[in-house]
Ligand binder design. Structure first.
Ligand code: SF4
Ligand code: MG
Length: 327
């Protein structure tokens, strides 16, 4: 609820007294059991920072993360909390210790949480290897002996070891070959169906989260600009930034192919010096004068979606006073 993460970068930059990189700037998001929310946006928009705060790897500058209705900061037993919140990382090469045997890598969370005897842990590792589609004899090997896709399976096995309720998947397939990506996504989906866990699934491309997400949050410069049911978002995106992201996706459906490609001008502005008003106004193809001074807030545009754009507020004037506290 209302989480912010500001990194101080010294003073005097951009003529301001104290300068911060506003990596995450007032994000609220609900995630239900068994559900996947996709979090998408360009590199540097604050997706990973959000993910790290959700699992407690970093603390918000402001705002609170709640797990099962209780603030993370109120959990006395941080270890018990840590069991429930796990993360899978983007790079399956650097996230596995090359000097450790696979069985020790997967058993590490069990050892840290003092779960089971050595023998029981060994058995659990075998189960986990099987769960992610690898043979149990792989346990004796080292990460270097595995391909990228297999390594990501090992990362998933490790994340599952403590039977978490939520896994933040931080671009888990973007470093993999396209042919392998679908296999890993299917595996994650299967695991979710079997275990009922929730995913916050981070990706920079919107297409990458389409098939795995129930809902999608689109981020731009530290803020969520649109939040919607996945079907609804692809069918009828509201925010100009979402429209641009979707227009770049190749369309197999001929009806959708007519959608005009929207090219965004310029680069992503620095989150240390974001534009005043709507932070997307410097690149928005339909920006108006007013967008340079008015900061849009996320408002409901239908039962299944929220959008932060003045254009939308204007055409739905009656709703413009509805302040959305939470998504
Ligand atoms: Fe574009 Fe203005 Fe909407 Fe921002 S508020 S997305 S600049 S139209
Ligand atoms: Mg990232």
């Amino acid at each position: 609820k209302g989480i912010k993460k500001y990194f101080p970068i010294g003073s005097g930059l951009f003529g301001k007294k104290d300068s911060f990189v506003k990596a995450v700037d007032d994000v609220s998001l609900d995630l239900y059991p068994g559900e996947t929310v996709g979090l998408v946006g360009e590199s540097g928009c604050g997706k990973s920072t959000t993910g790290r705060m959700v699992v407690g790897l970093s603390k918000p500058t402001e705002g609170e993360i709640y797990f099962q209705g209780k603030k993370l900061s109120d959990y006395k037993n941080k270890k018990a909390l840590g069991k429930n919140l796990q993360m899978i990382f983007q790079d399956p090469y650097s996230s596995l210790n090359p000097r450790m045997k696979v069985e020790d890598i997967i058993a590490e969370p069990l050892v840290l949480h003092k779960v089971g005897t050595k023998l029981e842990r060994r058995k659990r590792v075998d189960e986990l290897l099987e769960r992610v589609g690898l043979d149990s004899y792989y346990g004796n090997r080292y990460p270097i002996e595995f391909s990228g896709g297999q390594r990501q399976r090992l990362g998933i096995a490790r994340a599952l070891a403590l039977e978490p309720k939520l896994i933040v998947c931080d671009e888990p397939v973007s470093a993999l070959d396209v042919s392998i990506q679908a296999q890993i996504l299917n595996l994650l989906k299967e695991i979710q169906n079997d275990l009922g866990l929730s995913y916050l699934f981070i990706a920079h491309g919107i297409q990458a989260v389409k098939h795995i997400s129930d809902k999608i949050a689109v981020m731009y410069l530290g803020k969520i600009v649109e939040f919607s049911d996945t079907g609804k978002l692809f069918e009828n995106p509201n925010h100009p930034y979402t429209k641009a992201l979707l227009s770049a996706v190749p369309q197999p459906d001929p009806k959708m192919r007519d959608r005009e490609r929207i090219l965004l001008k310029g680069d992503l502005p620095s989150p240390a010096n974001p534009p005043i008003g709507c932070s997307f106004h410097t690149r928005c193809p339909v920006a108006m004068e007013r967008c340079k001074s008015t900061t849009p807030i996320l408002l409901p545009t239908s039962a299944q979606s929220l959008t932060a754009c003045i254009l939308y507020e204007e055409s739905h004037g009656e709703k413009s006073n509805v302040k959305s506290e939470s998504i």
